[in-house]
Design a protein around this ligand. Structure first.
Ligand code: PHE
Length: 364
């Protein structure tokens, strides 16, 4: 070997020895990568730098020296791969030791959502009516005076307007009137449906309504109603009674009794309110606790619980949407959804429906 040749070989040897030693110190992936750049880096790596000494080697010796260089390179590369592999195995081993997972442990219970009692009640009631052939429709919550009042035979200045404490939309029309409001009941859907469809009509319209009212245990300023409407030739009050009787039994039980009493709503004639016998006192007005009798608070000792308003659609309402009131008759009814849920589940405060306390909601 010439002196250039052996000097070069020595240099390569020392790169190899130093490299192999340093590799043993590299224990983390970042250290391993730093080692690779230091020794095997293509541009500035120690091996690359040492290879520059090849130019000092006489040309005839280069193949031999080149072979040595290749051996060193291979040795470093192989050592690197082996180290990488063993570190990986070690890491896995450690993970297996410290992060073991008992797949037989029971899982954490995932909280399950459910339908709000208001939604459940709407679905139950609409199901009772769709079973009788009624179709579900919806109307807007921001409504026009025209539909909420005018077309329902409640013209401006009519005293019945006072019964519906109205939240008006703060916007004036050309006459200086406020034409828009938050609907106070679902009855405007009656007029909307009749304007669009021709009899026979059998619809049910669930939705949200608003009243400008002080909130307490039995009053909310927003709640839900379900409206019903049937218009056809030859519809009578007997059809109304039969339909609501069937509804009451489907929702409140097969032994339910119902009562109709005269009531007034401008959009029906005659108008009624429908009650069902009190399920707490079974219509007696008092409850027996042991050998004591106590007044029934649920029905206020009357034995009856008011369920909804109803009646035969007023001829003026039929005429206002362009129907011939001599040809067609109809019945309509409207009930409060929360009220039904309150009665059905014995809820003590209507405010529970909007406070969204899970302790309340979980009961349903
Ligand atoms: N819309 C009436 C109310 O909110 C209820 C009702 C509907 C009465 C249909 C008769 C007919 O009080």
């Amino acid at each position: 070997m010439s002196s250039g040749q052996s000097e070069f070989a020595t240099q390569l040897e020392s790169v190899r020895n130093e490299g192999l030693k340093a590799l043993e110190q590299a224990a983390m992936p970042e250290q391993l990568e730093a080692w690779r750049v230091t020794y095997l880096g293509r541009r500035e790596g120690k091996l690359t730098l040492a290879m520059r000494g090849l130019s000092a080697v006489p040309p005839e010796s280069r193949p031999v020296v080149g072979a040595v260089a290749n051996q060193v390179k291979t040795a470093l590369e192989e050592a690197f791969a082996a180290r990488k592999q063993s570190l990986k195995a070690l890491a896995l081993e450690r993970m297996a030791q410290h992060e073991k997972l008992d797949v037989t442990l029971p899982g954490r219970p995932a909280p399950m959502g459910r339908l709000h009692p208001t939604t459940q009640t709407i679905r139950e009631v609409t199901a009772a009516f769709t079973a009788m052939g009624f179709q579900v429709v919806e109307g807007p919550e921001v409504e026009l005076d025209e539909y909420n009042f005018e077309l329902l035979n409640i013209p401006k200045g009519h005293p019945a307007r006072d019964k519906f404490d109205t939240i008006w939309v703060d916007q004036l029309d050309a006459n200086g009137d406020m034409p828009m409001l938050l609907r106070t009941h679902t009855s405007p859907v009656q007029a909307r449906v009749m304007q669009k469809m021709q009899p026979p009509i059998r619809i049910i319209a669930p939705g949200k309504v608003y009243r400008y009212e002080a909130v307490d245990a039995t009053h909310e300023w927003h709640f839900h109603q379900i409206e019903g409407l049937a218009v056809d030739e030859g519809i009578t009050f007997a059809n109304l009674k039969a339909t609501l009787y069937d509804f009451a039994r489907r929702i409140f039980g097969a032994d339910r009794r119902v009562r109709f009493r005269c009531d007034f709503f401008p959009f029906v004639e005659p108008g009624v309110d429908m009650s069902i016998d009190c399920f707490q006192c079974k219509g007696k007005g008092v409850i027996k606790i042991g050998n004591r009798t106590e007044p029934c608070r649920l029905c206020k000792e009357t034995g009856w619980i008011e369920m909804m308003g109803a009646g035969m659609v007023h001829p003026r309402v039929l005429e206002a949407v362009g129907y011939d009131s001599r040809k067609y008759t109809g019945f309509a009814f409207g009930m409060g959804v929360e009220r039904i849920a309150i009665l059905k589940y014995g809820i003590d405060d209507i405010r529970h429906f909007y406070t969204n306390d899970v302790r309340f909601l979980r009961q349903f």
